[in-house]
Ligand binder design. Structure first.
Ligand SMILES: *Cc1c(COP(=O)(O)O)cnc(C)c1O
Length: 498
C-alpha cells in the first residue's frame, strides 16, 4: 500500500526542543531560587515554536480533517449542516463571552434573558410546557427525561415499573440511557414498512413498563405514521412516551409534540439548530417535558421574581420541591444556546418550517436519483434522510465499508454505514437543507460512478484499497476499537531521527 507522506505532521510536543518561542516573556522579578528542593532538574519539555511554526502546525492539522466547511458531509443521523458565521459572531459578543456564572445575578440578566428566550422558542416549537435546559447532549437529555419519568412513577406509587421498551432500530444511546437509569431494556420489532410494529408493542405493554422510547422520524428516515396510536397505547398502559428528538430537523415548524402525545423529548441543538459538532462535542440537549413530568424537571432553571430572572439552583425549595436535582455544573452549554438562538432568530418561525421542508426535499432528491444505482431499503417518500441497503453489492465481493471508503478518494465524506443495525449493509445519507442542488448533483455523480464500477465488476482491488488519498489510508477499525492506544508516547521514528 502507498503511504502518503504529504500529510505527515508531528504532534506539537514532537518538534525538536529549542529556545524559540512565539511569545516574549519578561524575566521573573525577584528571587526565583526560593523554592529549595523543589527546583526542577530536568527540562520542562514544552514545545518551543515560533509564531509561523505554530500557525503552520495547526493549519496543517486542520487539513487532515474532513469538515462541513470543506465539503458535503452526508452522515445520516448526525445532521451535519452548515454553521452560519453569524452564530459565531453572536456568541463572541463581549456580554456573552466574558461573563461567569458565579457573577452576581444582577450583572448577568442579559445572559439569563437569552436562555429564557431560547426556552420560549423551544416551548413554542414543541408545544410542551416546560424545557430543562441543562442536559449537555442528546444522550444526556434522554437520561434527564428518563429520570423525570422514574421520579414521576415513584411519586405516583408506581415504582414497580422496571422496563423500558425501545424499537430495534433505535440509536444506541436509547437503551444505554435506560440502562444507566436502572431500567431493563426490551426491544420492539419493526414491521415490514420500517415502522414500529404496533401489534407487538401492544402485546408487550403492561404494568411493568415505565416508558417507551420512539425516535420520530425514526432512524430509517421514516415518519412513524402510527405515532398517535402508539402514544395512546403507551398512556393507556400507564407508561410515559419518550420521543428521541434527534431528527426534529425533519418536522420543526410543522408539527408539535403536544399533537403527538409526547411526555419528554430531547432536542439536539447541535443537530437541528446548527452548531458545530463532531469529534465529541460540544452539544446541548435541552429536554421538553409534558405537564405530567414538568414538576420533576432538574435544577437549575430560571424563574421570574420582581421582574428579574433568578436561577433556582437547588432541589427541594418552594419552586423545585419534586425536582430530580442537578445533572450538570452551572447552567448548561451556554455557547451552544447562543448559537442556536441566533440560528432560530435569524430564520424565524417561517424560516424554520422551510428548514424542515428543504431537508426533506433534499433527501428525497438523493433518494430518487440514487435509487437507480443503489438499492433503497424502503419504497416511498422518506423524511430528512434516506436509507439504502447493501444488496446492490451482492455477488461483487465488495462490502458496504469498501464502497463508503472509496467515496473518500472522490472527495466526499461517506454516509453513515451499518446503522440502523436492522438493515444489512446500511448506507444512510442525510444531506440537510444547507446543500444546494449543485452540491447534491456532485455527490450523486460520485456515488453513481462508483456504483457503475461495482456493476461492471471491474477494479475490485480499487475498493479493497480505498482510500488512497487519506492520510492514514484504510484504517483497521476493528483493531483500533479492540486495542485503542490511549496514551501518547513519543514517535519512535522521530526519536531515531534526533
Ligand atoms: C445523535 C443521536 C442521539 C444522541 O445524541 P448526542 O447529542 O450525540 O448525545 C440519539 N438518538 C439519535 C437518533 C441520534 O441521531
Amino acid at each position: 500500500m502507498r503511504k502518503n507522506f504529504l500529510h505527515e505532521e508531528p504532534l506539537v510536543f514532537e518538534y525538536p526542543f529549542s529556545d524559540k518561542s512565539a511569545v516574549d516573556f519578561n524575566s521573573p522579578l525577584g528571587d526565583s531560587e526560593n523554592i529549595g528542593d523543589l527546583k526542577r532538574t530536568t527540562p520542562l519539555g514544552l514545545s518551543s515554536l515560533s509564531e509561523p511554526e505554530v500557525v503552520r502546525h495547526y493549519t496543517r492539522l486542520s487539513r487532515l480533517n474532513y469538515s462541513i466547511d470543506t465539503g458535503l458531509y452526508p452522515l445520516g443521523s448526525c445532521t451535519m449542516k452548515h454553521n452560519p458565521r453569524l452564530n459565531e459572531k453572536m456568541v463572541r459578543l463581549d456580554g456573552f463571552m466574558n461573563i461567569h456564572p458565579f457573577q452576581p445575578e444582577k450583572t448577568i440578566q442579559g445572559a439569563y434573558k437569552a436562555i429564557n428566550l431560547l426556552s420560549d422558542w423551544l416551548i413554542d416549537l414543541t408545544g410542551l410546557p416546560v424545557v430543562a435546559m441543562s442536559p449537555a447532549a442528546g444522550a444526556h437529555g434522554e437520561l434527564c427525561g428518563l429520570m423525570c419519568i422514574r421520579a414521576a412513577h415513584e411519586h405516583n406509587g408506581e415504582s414497580k415499573r422496571k422496563v423500558v421498551l425501545v424499537p430495534e432500530s433505535a440509536h444506541g444511546t436509547n437503551p444505554a440511557s435506560a440502562a444507566i437509569c436502572g431500567y431493563s431494556v426490551e426491544s420492539i420489532p419493526c414491521n415490514n414498512r420500517g415502522r414500529v410494529d404496533l401489534q407487538a408493542l401492544n402485546n408487550r405493554l403492561g404494568d411493568d413498563v415505565a416508558a417507551v422510547m420512539i425516535t420520530n422520524p425514526n432512524t430509517c428516515g421514516l415518519f412513524e405514521t402510527e405515532a398517535l396510536q402508539i402514544s395512546d397505547a403507551v398512556h393507556n398502559a400507564g407508561a410515559y412516551f419518550y420521543m428521541d428528538g434527534a431528527n426534529f430537523n425533519a418536522i420543526v415548524g410543522r408539527l408539535t409534540l403536544k399533537q403527538l402525545g409526547v411526555d419528554a423529548m430531547h432536542i439536539n441543538l447541535h443537530k437541528t439548530f446548527s452548531t458545530p459538532h463532531g469529534g465529541g462535542g460540544p452539544g446541548a440537549g435541552p429536554t421538553v417535558l409534558s405537564d405530567a413530568l414538568a414538576p420533576f424537571a432538574p435544577v437549575p432553571f430560571l424563574i421570574k421574581k420582581n421582574k428579574k430572572l433568578c436561577m433556582v439552583e437547588h432541589a427541594g425549595l418552594k419552586d423545585s420541591k419534586l425536582s430530580i436535582g442537578r445533572m450538570k455544573g452551572f447552567h448548561g452549554q451556554f455557547g451552544v444556546f447562543i448559537r442556536a438562538l441566533s440560528y432560530i432568530m435569524s430564520l424565524g418561525g417561517d424560516g424554520l418550517s422551510q428548514v424542515s421542508g428543504d431537508a426533506v426535499l433534499n433527501a428525497n432528491y438523493l433518494r430518487v436519483k440514487l435509487s437507480k444505482y443503489i438499492t433503497p431499503f424502503y419504497d416511498g417518500i422518506c423524511m430528512h434522510e434516506v436509507l439504502f441497503d447493501g444488496s446492490f453489492l451482492d455477488g461483487s465481493g465488495i462490502k458496504t465499508i469498501d464502497f463508503a471508503k472509496a467515496m473518500i478518494d472522490s472527495g466526499f465524506h461517506p454516509p453513515t454505514m451499518y446503522f440502523p443495525l436492522v438493515v444489512e449493509g446500511a448506507l444512510l445519507f442525510e444531506p440537510t437543507e444547507t446543500e444546494s442542488k449543485q452540491s447534491l448533483d456532485e455527490l450523486i455523480e460520485v456515488v453513481t460512478e462508483l456504483a457503475k464500477m461495482v456493476r461492471k465488476e471491474e477494479l475490485t482491488e480499487y475498493f479493497d484499497q480505498s482510500p488512497i488519498n487519506a492520510p492514514r489510508l484504510r484504517l483497521d477499525e476493528t483493531h483500533a476499537a479492540r486495542n485503542p492506544i490511549l496514551r501518547w508516547n513519543p514517535d519512535p521514528l522521530l526519536k531515531a531521527a534526533e
